[in-house]
Write a new protein. Structure first.
Length: 74
């Protein structure tokens, strides 16, 4: 069995570690920690993908930096 857990480090708790231990009792496991690539998540949401495409097109036309804040999205 293989599983992927995507989680913000602020949300890591002892319960998560205990859950992993319960999923793989008495097993040796590989735990790989790396920053997540949000591209797949963004592109999986049509509204986010459209927004990203529009901003890229706008940048290509104007050749200006577009700055946004997280609260500016949709």
């Amino acid at each position: 069995m293989e599983t992927t857990i995507r989680i913000n480090t602020d949300m890591l708790t002892q319960e998560i570690v205990d859950g992993i231990k319960k999923m793989f009792p008495h097993k040796t496991v590989d735990i790989i920690i790396q920053p997540a690539d949000d591209t797949d998540y963004i592109l999986s949401n049509p509204a986010y993908a459209r927004e990203l495409t529009e901003r890229i097109d706008e940048y290509k036309i104007k050749k200006e930096i577009i700055s946004i804040k997280a609260g500016d999205l949709l």
